[in-house]
Design a protein around this ligand. Structure first.
Ligand code: MOS
Length: 688
């Protein structure tokens, strides 16, 4: 092999999977053609939120020509010990609108859907309770939050500190139900080859699904093969095993056929999770110079009857700013809703919206510039854990952002800038997201004269992992990228963590580097050589507090006649350790900021309070920011290498772009109009 000294890491190389994607040669889950004529699945969903199925009449459906089978709780295979939220067709109980109550298998998808509409289901139904409110008397404290965080945190006497604070704010923000809306719908193709279950599936890491699916079907890891090379977006909704994957395995087993299931966009709103709505009370106390003396962040959010999902909404508040007295709490309402799930920066996204909005309100109360207020409250060490930061360059992000955006000389007065019928304002917010690292393994096969084959069950959900992992492997092997052939997205490849929590590069990259090191200074014999490497968290998480940071600046224009809100420009500056690929990194930040803009102005899943269903369950009514909503996006990052966390010096970039973005827009809206909208999204109707 020709040794190269040219580094691929840090370059702007374009996506290596791009040409195949634009030519339609990159097969997504549902597109896998497997030879055998497949059968198609259609889900029959509950129309009630709570109750029992008392009778199912499938005769009309079974009579439709082309119908192969109809599965219900009465005849479906029994699953092993799976979580209640995915124990699909295992009982007559119904716990949310949209819960699968029957499954039609048919020769075509059209017949399957037609027949699904002919399955008659009777229910013994009870009223739906889907109302989230801070004054419910049945709110409870979960034992712990998602990702293992403590439910509450208390330092000092918060109430006394708030009462004594010369300046304080006490404000409540609400964020709505939101849905992950990947372009590629959740889909699975499944087939049993003897006692081996094969699945071509849209997910965020095949190994994520292995423990659940093997348990569900009582098979060993060797009897399960999940393939997922290309994924068209996910945002968290493809991280875990959901009902449709188990339905596919069941239907394939019962019929002996290759089966295909693809959720419709409407079904997606009840079958793969959502972001919980939140009600967040923020109380901040400060000295007249802006020094924070008290921080209280109390969160109310929902979970479902069939799962305890406790979003870690206030955990970022624990480390963002120091104050002698601090408190965070999380309380849950158990409602008749589908199980929530993770959605891009779960916790940090709604939580930092509230904290960074409250910081803006405090800045106004103090008469201090909101950038300056944050600079004055920059903690030297992690205030909760009392350990040093591995790196924390929030100050650099704020300064660089202010410079790029043109913040200096900003008139702090609200509602005084006009441009024709537009009211104009600007706002700022900070961002943070944890840097983590998960166990992963990689394998490299070296054969003289051939490209190195690098194998790892990593996942590219649109992030650029195909490209960045090839860059990392090339540098680690000291060869050009063309001499690396990457394989990802297959449960038969070395086990790796899923794509989630912004941990892909920090987990997979070091595993590839560890494997490459096994090859260093070794002669490859004519027959070739195979090496493996593994990597995982060391004690860096004990010694340091590692988080990415960022700053968002936004300009907002509000039409005084219609209340329409436009965001002509945003500036985002991030401190994320080493950037592996400047093109795909920019794309991640751009996507995150766009999703934050979408959260600020558009996204809201409306729960029908009477019947308990998501009323606006399609892209016509659940509004996601489109190209026309996004104008100038100025994206940059500060020079930073985090040597304390992992050998790449990288921090992970998939989620921080969304964190804080909605607060910057909300704060700019106030600056434009003089009005605070404290319940997202800021739709035109809230102007009147
Ligand atoms: Mo992301 S919500 O960790 O898939």
């Amino acid at each position: 092999m020709t040794a190269t000294t040219e580094r691929a890491v840090g370059s702007d190389v374009r996506r290596i999977d791009g040409p195949d994607k634009v030519r339609g040669r990159a097969p997504y889950a549902y597109e896998h053609e497997l030879g055998a004529q497949p059968a198609f699945l259609a889900v029959v969903q509950s129309t009630v939120a709570r109750g029992r199925v008392t009778a199912i009449d499938a005769s009309a459906a079974e009579a439709v020509p082309g119908v192969v089978a109809v599965l219900t709780h009465q005849n479906a295979p029994r699953l092993g010990d799976v979580a209640e939220e995915i124990a699909v067709l295992q009982s007559d109980r119904v716990q949310y609108v949209g819960e699968p109550v029957a499954l039609v298998v048919a020769e075509t998808s059209e017949v399957a859907r037609d027949a699904a509409g002919r399955v008659l289901v009777d229910y013994d139904a009870q009223p739906a309770d889907v109302r989230l409110a801070a004054d419910r008397d049945d709110l409870y404290a979960p034992e712990q939050l998602m990702a293992g965080f403590a439910t509450d945190s208390v330092i000092g006497d918060v109430d006394a500190a708030l009462a004594a604070a010369p300046v304080s704010v006490d404000v409540t923000y609400e964020t709505p139900n939101q849905h992950n809306n990947p372009i590629e719908m959740h889909a699975t193709v499944a087939r049993w080859d003897g006692d081996v279950l094969r699945m071509w599936d849209a997910n965020q890491g095949p190994h994520n699904l292995v423990p659940v699916i093997t348990e569900a079907f009582g098979i060993t890891e060797d009897q399960l093969h999940i393939v997922s090379p290309y994924v068209g977006g996910a945002f968290g909704s493809k991280a875990y095993t959901h009902a449709h994957q188990l339905l596919a395995g069941m239907a394939a087993k019962v019929t002996g056929r290759t089966v295909k299931i693809e959720l419709t966009r409407q079904q997606m709103f009840s079958l793969v999770g959502h972001r919980t709505p939140t009600i967040q009370r923020l109380r901040l106390g400060a000295q007249p110079d802006g020094t924070l003396t008290a921080i209280s962040h109390e969160v109310v959010e929902h979970t479902s009857q069939n799962a305890e999902f406790a979003e870690q909404t206030a955990t970022a508040t624990r480390l963002m700013y120091a104050a002698p007295a601090r408190r965070t709490t999380h309380r849950l309402a158990k409602l008749d809703v589908p199980a929530p799930t993770i959605m891009r920066a779960p916790g940090e996204t709604p939580g930092m919206y509230a904290l960074e909005s409250a910081m803006d309100e405090l800045a106004v109360a103090l008469g201090i510039d909101p950038v300056e207020l944050r600079l004055r409250n920059e903690p030297e060490r992690d205030p909760e854990r009392d350990v040093p930061w591995s790196t924390r360059n929030l100050v650099a992000c704020l300064r660089q952002g202010a410079e790029r955006f043109g913040w200096a000389g900003r008139d702090p007065r609200p509602g005084v800038r006009e441009d024709g019928r537009w009211l104009v304002g600007t706002g700022v917010a900070a961002a943070t997201y944890p840097t983590r690292r998960r166990p992963s393994q990689a394998r490299i096969e070296a054969v003289p004269g051939k490209p190195f084959v690098v194998s790892i069950d990593a996942s590219d959900i649109g992030t650029g992992a195909w490209t960045t992992l090839t860059q990392i492997a090339a540098d680690a092997l000291r060869v050009p990228m063309e001499q690396v052939s990457l394989r990802i997205g297959d449960s038969r490849l070395p086990k790796a963590s899923g794509a989630g929590g912004s941990t892909g590069i920090t987990s997979w990259g070091p595993a590839i580097i560890a494997a490459a090191e096994q090859l260093r200074d070794r002669d490859v014999p004519p027959g070739g050589l195979t090496v493996t490497g593994s990597s995982g968290p060391g004690d860096e998480a004990e010694t340091y507090s590692s988080h990415a940071f960022g700053a968002h600046f936004a300009e907002v224009r509000v039409d005084r006649d219609s209340g329409e809100v436009r965001v002509p420009r945003m500036t985002g500056v991030f401190a994320v350790g080493r950037v592996i690929n400047t093109t795909t990194a920019r794309s991640q930040f751009l996507g995150g900021m766009t999703m934050g803009l979408s959260m600020a102005l558009h996204e809201e899943s409306v729960l029908d309070q009477g019947r308990g269903h998501y009323a606006n369950h399609d892209l016509a009514e659940y509004h996601v920011a489109a190209n026309a909503d996004v104008a100038e996006m100025d994206i940059s990052w500060v020079d930073e290498v985090d040597d304390e966390h992992n050998p790449l010096g990288a921090k992970g970039i998939g989620e921080i772009g969304i964190v804080g973005a909605a607060a910057a827009i909300g704060n700019a809206y106030w600056h434009a109009t003089g009005r605070r909208v404290r319940d997202l999204p800021i739709t035109p109707d809230k102007w009147f």
